[in-house]
Design a protein. Structure first.
Length: 399
């Protein structure tokens, strides 16, 4: 549960101090583990690092003036990150940079280490150690069992507080209705019902201003105040774009989870799809700029975020299927040919003449891959009506 913080100037300075100290402690822990080599004694764990922190707070007044809760939690976060790295589920923890990683976490019992209270219908306050009561925009009820929260500052200079709460899943209608979702760049999400949804992006005037600011940034002197101001202005525009994408993903995933019992999506490997084409100095890539533009469009479409939120809200009701040939198969007769898809938006079957929006036709295939269609011994796709293709077709399997 994430809320917008509204600290006073004095509180903002105190929050920045917390961020600086948490980042300092984290970077010291990273440095300790980087010195380890095979054959040396093991790098210190959380217990040893916590004792070292206690000694450092006695030796340095500026460190003792900060919150011990914030500093110790930075060490706990680092220990958890290292555990994920050794387990093979996450990458190795790296350095945190000022202006980029601005945040800290508070863990403890509510009413003792921290607290929250409501002032009015839209205003609440959270107690942060060494800072005091900081106001935030109250939009949802915070459960009593909440044990921790994180405070962070984004690139646009906005402060947020996020309470660690796992919301309950959304119940489906109970009718057994299934929907297929085809994700794309031009149409962010095409549903098998025929509906086409797109992420709201920047307005035309905002896009033009962003382009002007990017040109100003290229001319600004590194390290100058002018460059810093331009970077902040660019971050505010991009933050607006990110907020719209997240809002779209939240509303769309909530509606799909509530309206359908089963949601079928393509099992896309987005991380591989947005891999850079730059190559190496020995073997440089081709069409690098075009591929970079495509990668940005894939990210801006919000397909990965939509599926992530669907899996959170409709737990156990999201099925991933193999995306192979879903855009080339005719949903009406089952004929598969690359020529069926005339363009990005037009699908016209070369066998039966069936026409549809290409993304909607793909969404219908995604919906019916697991049920309603079978694969014959020849490998041809059997459509619901019973007509069979004249030529062998690829086998589609669930992901």
């Amino acid at each position: 549960m994430r809320f917008r913080l509204a600290p006073t100037p004095a509180q903002e300075q105190a929050l920045l101090e917390h961020c600086s100290q948490a980042r300092y402690v984290w970077n010291l822990a990273v440095e300790q583990h980087q010195h380890w080599r095979p054959g040396r004694a093991g790098a210190p764990g959380y217990g040893e690092q916590s004792r070292q922190l206690t000694e450092a707070r006695k030796a340095f007044d500026w460190l003792a003036a900060g919150s011990q809760t914030v500093q110790q939690q930075a060490l706990r976060d680092f220990a958890q990150a290292m555990a994920g790295f050794f387990a093979g589920t996450h990458g190795r923890p790296t350095w945190r940079k000022a202006g980029v990683h601005e945040g800290f976490r508070i863990v403890g019992s509510r009413g003792r280490h921290w607290d929250v209270r409501r002032l009015s219908r839209k205003v609440g306050e959270v107690w942060i150690p060494k800072v005091g009561w900081v106001r935030f925009r109250w939009s949802r009820q915070i459960p009593e069992e909440t044990k921790s929260f994180r405070v962070n500052r984004d690139h646009a200079g906005r402060w947020h507080v996020a309470f660690a709460v796992i919301p309950p899943p959304i119940n489906g209608p109970g009718t057994g209705e299934v929907v297929g979702v085809d994700r794309g760049v031009v149409v962010s999400a095409a549903l098998s019902t025929g509906e086409r949804l797109s992420v709201p992006g920047l307005r035309e005037t905002e896009g033009e201003r962003l382009l002007r600011l990017q040109r100003q940034l290229a001319r600004a002197k590194p390290g100058s105040n002018r460059r810093k101001g331009v970077k902040t202005a660019i971050a505010r525009i991009k933050a607006r774009q990110t907020d719209r994408r997240k809002d779209w993903a939240e509303k769309t995933s909530t509606r799909l989870a509530a309206d359908f019992d089963v949601v079928r999506v393509e099992d896309l490997k987005i991380k591989n799809m947005v891999r850079s084409a730059r190559g190496t100095s020995a073997a440089p890539g081709t069409n690098v700029r075009a591929k970079a533009g495509l990668n940005r469009s894939i990210h801006e479409a919000g397909g990965g975020l939509l599926v992530t939120r669907l899996e959170d809200k409709a737990r156990g009701r999201v099925e991933k299927v193999n995306p192979a040939y879903t855009s080339q198969i005719c949903h009406a007769c089952g004929h598969c040919a690359a020529e069926n898809r005339e363009s990005q938006a037009v699908f016209r079957c070369r066998a039966c003449g069936h026409t549809d929006h290409a993304d909607v036709n793909a969404a219908k295939n995604i919906r019916d891959i697991a049920v309603g269609r079978t694969v014959t011994a020849r490998g041809a796709l059997q459509p619901p009506g019973g007509a069979m293709n004249r030529e062998p077709q690829p086998v589609l399997t669930s992901g």
